[in-house]
Design a protein around this ligand. Structure first.
Ligand SMILES: [Zn+2]
Ligand SMILES: [Zn+2]
Length: 330
């Protein structure tokens, strides 16, 4: 990871340029950094979770997006979509056949300035700073997970993994009225965050999380189990912890392929759903919920100068300790 000087971007017709205020480091970027992610090939400016100040509007923007003004604070849905394919027409633009990710297919926000399509920008609500606004992208992922989880009011749920997506999903399930939300996580500091945010902590080093969930639910299992890790083991644990007719939401992408106990899924009519990113509506909802204070990662956000970004990639790959999200500040 190197800090380099590049010419500042300029806004073409339907684009805006933003001065980045805060840009979060995402787990997918850590795997990109390690060379495990075909989408992210150097040389590349990563960074897709960000908020900042609009500093330039392309010539077509005043007509396309009259609500966007120079000087306003905004965040950007980093997933560009075509708007015309069957997925886009169905409102699931994150599944667009032609999708392009800012910070992977075009330069991202680990920089002083970033250029983005104006149609993907969202102004921050009055009073919100770019520190909170930069959490909109992971919040949108959690909104999508909770949407696919369906009705959870008074139902028990399980979240495996207390990284940012696990912690935000836990809060979403509670926001939607879940009875108990169990959270399993190996890292003690992250498990503590899950407990502070209202989850029932399960430490896999001490107890088998599946056995603990089954015992707590009189053998029935949970209505919804969310995998925010994505290993063969956590995927299997979701199946084993789900009640008959329950739903597992697969979000973590750690392992590309893994064996699943399909016969158990058939005999228990387990519904398995992949959850990828967010619809534009989920993204906007994430921003609203952050503004309401319904979703948070504070007090475990760490702000660092952009120049320390490389070191933070290394630290996050090791054991980050009491940090849920690192926000880089150019
Ligand atoms: Zn991300
Ligand atoms: Zn499309």
């Amino acid at each position: 990871m190197q800090l380099q000087s590049e010419p500042a971007p300029t806004a073409a017709g339907d684009e805006i340029v933003m001065r980045v205020g805060h840009a979060g480091i995402c787990g997918s970027e850590l795997s990109g950094y390690l060379g495990h992610n075909a989408l992210r090939v150097p040389p590349l400016i990563m960074g897709h979770e960000f908020a900042g100040e609009i500093v330039e509007l392309g010539p077509l923007v005043p007509e396309l997006r009259p609500d966007l003004q120079v000087g306003a604070l905004a965040t950007v849905n980093p997933l560009w979509y075509c708007g015309n394919c069957p997925a886009c027409l169905a409102g699931v633009n994150q599944l667009c056949a032609n999708r392009r990710l800012l910070g992977a297919h075009r330069p991202g926000a680990f920089a002083e300035f970033v250029c983005a399509p104006a149609k993907l920008a969202l102004q921050l609500p009055a009073g919100m700073d770019t520190r909170s606004g930069a959490l909109t992208e992971p919040a949108g992922c959690a909104v999508r997970i909770a949407e696919l989880a369906g009705a959870v009011a008074d139902e028990d749920c399980l979240v495996i993994g207390a990284g940012p997506i696990g912690l935000l999903s836990l809060q979403m399930l509670r926001y939607q009225g879940a009875a108990r939300v169990f959270i399993a996580e190996l890292d003690a500091a992250r498990l503590n965050m899950g407990e502070v945010l209202g989850g029932i902590p399960l430490q896999p080093r001490d107890t088998d999380p599946v056995a603990a969930v089954l015992e707590a639910t009189s053998g029935a299992g949970v209505t919804v189990a969310v995998d925010a890790v994505g290993t063969a083991q956590t995927r299997e644990q979701c199946v084993a912890a789900a009640r008959a007719g329950g739903t597992i939401i697969l979000s973590g992408l750690h392992e590309e392929t893994s064996a699943m106990p399909v016969a158990n899924m058939i005999r228990s009519e387990i519904v398995a759903r992949g959850s990828f990113a967010y619809t534009p509506a989920n993204f906007a909802r994430g921003l609203e919920l952050l503004a309401e204070g319904a979703l948070r990662l504070d007090p475990w956000i760490h702000e660092a100068p952009l120049a320390e970004g490389g070191q933070w990639f290394e630290r996050l790959i090791e054991a980050p300790g009491d940090v849920a999200k690192v926000l880089l500040r150019p």
